[in-house]
Design a protein around this ligand. Structure first.
Ligand SMILES: *Cc1c(COP(=O)(O)O)cnc(C)c1O
Length: 389
């Protein structure tokens, strides 16, 4: 019997090693891993550059405290600033911490302007921003908040796509609108580019902040460094995590200097956040992602992947309802519950993971090869063929 708390329905499978797109189970089976730790291992398993970076740093210094200057973190922040909308960065250890810090910063910004009552955050109903007390109530999901009352106040919700309700829910107390440009856990639902543009306009008009949660869709996953770049909008605050660490836990909040000016010594902190070990790995991840042609290649291979998946959908129109997503954040929406389908993919040595709304989530590493994509296509087609409708 496991001594672990049963807060997960774990699949009965464990791994002894991973290499690139593949995982090797303790029972000697080889799997094509298109989960990659849920969009975390952006460069696949056992990436030699990441191994080198972590080994090198581990022999120097792991952890010192934010009471001191951390050159590796200075460098990572500077590189994020140079390549994105951001002027300033704060480091955390996870996605939930990053989104929660984003909420704190938005509130503190209006506090610093002498408007402490402008503190409410408007979010999409049944979105996902993490599992801390504040972020579960930000999600507005009944399932995630059940049993965890009293409710953390300060969040309002609108339904995905309901623009009327969104406008109605903005009050004089609204500080920010927070959305995921691509809803990951929520079923790989992409906010159309024109909607993101419209959101920016609304925020400008109402003089409130736009927080774009790119914890899952950010850091190259979409085929651009940030998914919102497709819409050509400039957010105020962007929490990131998953992909930036390539498997090492890192979170960060990127923001404009206008927003950052509200944060002063003592207003926020983290013991582990931004430590030298994490920052060295983050820099090694960016070395790859910022390489010339890396993002273009994600766009190219994901376009091919989407095209092939649509062919399968057209051949099996009673099984697959929709092919969704952006770049290598891909969702196959089925007509029926997806659990069985995912199990069959696993039996055929392809690992995927579910998302809401009957969606099978497909998350290859960002450096996936065409041969590996073709293998996945073959397996998905085979499972469709085996599936009775
Ligand atoms: C995964 C995720 C989070 C939470 O990240 P953790 O590292 O699990 O705390 C927050 N927002 C989005 C959009 C996510 O996908």
């Amino acid at each position: 019997m496991s001594a672990l708390v049963k807060n997960y329905n774990r699949r009965r499978i464990a791994f002894k090693k991973g290499k690139g797109s593949f995982l090797y189970s303790t029972t000697g089976k080889k799997y094509l891993d298109f989960v990659q730790g849920i969009a975390v291992n952006s460069l696949g398993h056992s990436n030699s550059k990441l191994i080198k970076a972590i080994q090198k740093q581990s022999k120097k210094v792991w952890h010192v405290s934010n009471a001191f200057v951390i050159p590796e973190g200075e460098r990572l922040a500077y590189r994020l600033k140079s390549k994105t909308f951001a002027d300033n960065v704060i480091f955390q250890n996870s996605g939930a911490e990053a989104t929660e810090a984003a909420i704190k910063i938005a509130r503190r910004y209006f506090y610093s302007l002498g408007k402490p009552n402008k503190n409410r955050i408007l979010c999409v109903k049944n979105s996902f921003h993490g599992r801390t007390l504040a972020t579960i109530f930000a999600s507005g999901s009944k399932k995630m908040t059940e049993g965890f009352g009293p409710r953390v106040n300060g969040f309002d919700h609108f339904d995905f796509g309901n623009h009327k309700s969104l406008k109605k829910k903005i009050s004089k107390n609204t500080a920010a609108i927070m959305v995921e440009p691509v809803m990951g856990e929520g079923g790989i639902k992409v906010i159309p580019h024109w909607c993101l543009k419209e959101l920016r306009k609304i925020c400008n008009k109402k003089k409130i902040l736009l927080i774009l949660d790119e914890v899952q869709c950010g850091v190259g996953r979409s085929g651009k460094f940030f998914a919102f770049e497709y819409a050509n909008v400039k957010p105020d605050i962007v929490p990131i995590a998953k992909g930036i660490g390539g498997g090492f836990p890192i979170g960060a909040v990127l923001m404009t200097k206008k927003v950052a000016s509200c944060m002063v010594p003592g207003s926020h902190g983290s013991t582990f956040g931004g430590n030298p070990l994490a920052m060295s790995v983050g820099n090694a991840v960016l070395d790859q992602i910022f390489k010339k042609g890396f993002l273009k290649n994600i766009q190219k291979i994901s376009k091919y992947f989407h095209k092939e998946l649509i062919k399968i959908k057209n051949d099996y129109p009673k099984i697959i309802k929709d092919v969704r997503g952006l770049g290598l954040l891909i969702g196959l929406k089925l007509f029926n519950n997806q659990t069985n389908f995912i199990k069959k993919l696993e039996n055929n040595k392809l690992l995927t993971i579910k998302a809401a709304e009957n969606v099978v989530r497909i998350l290859p590493p960002l450096n996936v090869s065409k041969i590996e994509v073709d293998l996945a296509i073959k397996i998905i087609r085979r499972v469709c063929k085996q599936t009775k409708v």
